[in-house]
Design a protein around this ligand. Sequence first.
Ligand code: FES
Length: 86
Amino acid sequence: MDKPKVAADSPAQVELEEGKKYAYCTCGLSETQPFCDGKHMSTDFRPHVFTAEKTETCYFCRCKQTGDAPRCDGSHKKLQEPERKG
Ligand code: FES
């Protein structure tokens, strides 16, 4: 697996809590998108672990094409039809 799986072609709204640690899924295999559930273990992908700097509502990438992980940068709009997921 050299490319991440497109988990969905839209971002996920998430509520972050200041000071809390999160693990964002980068492989696209997690069933708890946009967060890691450990399914990357059979791949070379690793989760993007971070601590929220403030409490806020964010939109996290699920197509895994963003250049600003974990946040959506609109890249899902450029996906070709076979890559799209619902
Ligand atoms: S399940 Fe995708 S990075 Fe962990």
